[in-house]
Write a new protein. Structure first.
Length: 104
């Protein structure tokens, strides 16, 4: 084989490897991928967990974490009606149940 043919085969091989690398995603069991295809999404494009195959340059995945999360609000001191100071400290917990609605 001549060098031009070998270079062409190598170039095609590299392009195929890059496309496979861009098209395969591993989604954890607590994550979901909402896939936007040409900027639109529907319920059938919520993928995961496991291996997910995407169309490169067409699909745009958005990863959504389904685990329970929290925000700790800094404690605040306030005064009640009877002029007694109290400290208020609380957490906000949330969990996403519908990944499609959370990103749209």
């Amino acid at each position: 084989m001549d060098p031009v043919t070998i270079a062409a085969i190598a170039l095609v091989g590299v392009v195929v490897l890059v496309l496979v690398y861009l098209s395969v995603r591993v989604v954890n069991e607590y994550d979901r991928l909402v896939v936007f295809r040409f900027g639109r999404s529907n319920l059938s494009l919520v993928k995961g967990p496991g291996l997910v195959f995407l169309i490169p340059l067409v699909d745009r995945p958005v990863r959504v974490d389904l685990r329970e999360q929290f925000i700790e609000v800094p404690s605040q001191t306030t005064i009640t009606r009877d002029n007694a100071p109290i400290n208020i400290d609380f957490l906000i917990y949330w969990r996403i149940t519908d990944p499609l609605s959370s990103v749209i």
